[in-house]
Ligand binder design. Structure first.
Ligand SMILES: Cc1cc2nc3c(=O)[nH]c(=O)nc-3n(C[C@H](O)[C@H](O)[C@H](O)COP(=O)(O)OP(=O)(O)OC[C@H]3O[C@@H](n4cnc5c(N)ncnc54)[C@H](O)[C@@H]3O)c2cc1C
Length: 355
């Protein structure tokens, strides 16, 4: 039986692990954290039992039939539809801007109020430095819907993302090791190669090669758990802040449909004072947040893109290592893209192995 090592038990690693395990490979999967599910990890708040997302609000949405079919093997999705509002002068406005918002504000006002301060806080980059390709990707809606996504399939796993990934890894050919930080200086890239037939690495590609072309830059987010008497808008999970300072957004976990049973039991019974548990987000550079990498920086001068290319070129020398996922490929991907890429990578490997 061929032996495979997967570094990182997020959606990318877990999808590859499951697909290879079902094809008869022996898979070991490691993660430096004490939990699976990568940045989609969720947990129950100790104060009130609400399910919260530790690394920012995660909403599953996809148009990809294969991904939808795959995820349904390991969880049941509820019918949650994501809504985002932005607070401005005490009023709450729907994002992405829809017909109603466009009636209230001109396009320039929409940019000045809802996009420019957010961009500055999120990316630490001024609006005029953003590339036109990024600006062109800003979402606007032509209807008066207040839903954030338009994807065919949307929802939250009823038992959470952590349980979903645990279910994916629950297979006799998969062994999971948590609290296992793969570093060049402890396990060593060369030792990894000798012990396994192939390595799929979702750890940062620069860290894997000991930053030999220097570290790639990432934006990060600091999270602060806060508790309010009630959420500002009933049924709205995420509220953006339009001011130049402070949090970019706050996620109110009482407003998730998957937490509704909790709401009914405790809130309506008025038995606790922490009614609306929320997490506020404060973006910063990754080196100001223990190297927690969330989003590749916006790269107007192409500095990081050039360095990433050097890593890709260097990695071609490692035939039995495939760099995958958000950090392995220095790119932002949603969960459905992580699953899709994981499926494609594993299938490609299996087919090549048969040749
Ligand atoms: C703030 C935020 C909000 C998001 N919101 C959404 C959303 O609403 N909807 C959506 O679809 N997607 C969302 N995403 C994206 C989602 O988290 C990604 O799809 C997912 O991170 C990609 O999965 P991955 O497995 O490639 O990476 P990760 O989930 O980052 O998993 C990589 C794993 O590798 C481990 N690792 C790293 N280095 C090492 C090492 N040296 N040794 C061992 N293990 C290591 C990490 O601990 C981590 O668990 C969001 C991401 C962020 C950052």
């Amino acid at each position: 039986m061929k032996k495979i090592l997967i570094i990182g038990a997020g959606f990318t690693g877990a999808t590859i692990a499951r697909t290879l395990a079902e094809a008869g490979y022996s898979v070991e999967i490691v993660d430096k954290r004490d939990h699976v599910a990568g940045n989609a990890y969720d947990y129950k708040c100790s104060g009130n039992g609400l399910r919260m997302h530790k690394y920012g609000p995660h909403i599953f949405h996809t148009n990809n039939e294969k991904v939808y079919k795959f995820i349904n093997r390991f969880c049941e999705l509820d019918n949650y539809r994501h809504k985002v509002k932005a607070e401005f002068n005490g009023e709450y406005f729907t994002l992405p801007p829809n017909k109603d918002l466009k009636k209230r504000f001109t396009t320039d006002e929409i940019l000045d109020i809802f996009f420019k301060p957010y961009t500055k806080k999120m990316w630490n980059i001024s609006w005029d430095k953003l590339s036109s390709s990024v600006k062109n990707r800003l979402k606007f809606r032509d209807d008066d819907s207040d839903e954030y996504f338009t994807d065919k399939y949307q929802g939250m796993p009823k038992e959470g993302y952590t349980k979903l990934v645990e279910n994916m890894l629950n297979h006799e050919n998969i062994t999971l090791f948590l609290n296992s930080n793969i570093k060049n200086d402890c396990m060593g890239k060369h030792r990894i190669m000798w012990e396994y037939d192939h390595v799929f690495s979702a750890m940062p590609i620069d860290e894997f090669y000991n930053n030999r072309f220097s570290a790639l830059e990432w934006r990060s987010v600091k999270f602060r758990e806060v508790h309010y008497a009630e959420a500002p808008v009933e049924g709205v999970f995420v509220i953006n802040n339009t001011t130049v300072l402070g949090a970019t957004r706050t996620a109110y976990y009482t407003e998730l449909s998957s937490n509704n049973s909790w709401w009914d039991k405790f809130i309506r019974g008025d038995r606790i004072t922490w009614r609306a548990s929320a997490i506020a987000e404060y973006p910063c550079d990754a080196d100001m947040n223990n190297g927690e990498r969330y989003y590749p920086v916006k790269d107007p001068d192409g500095y990081n893109t050039e360095r990433y290319k050097k890593y890709v070129e260097y990695a071609k020398g490692d035939e039995n290592v495939t760099h995958v996922g958000r950090c392995g490929k220095y790119t932002y991907i949603d969960m459905d893209q992580a699953i899709n890429q994981g499926l494609q990578t594993a299938i490609k490997y299996i087919e090549k192995d048969k040749e």
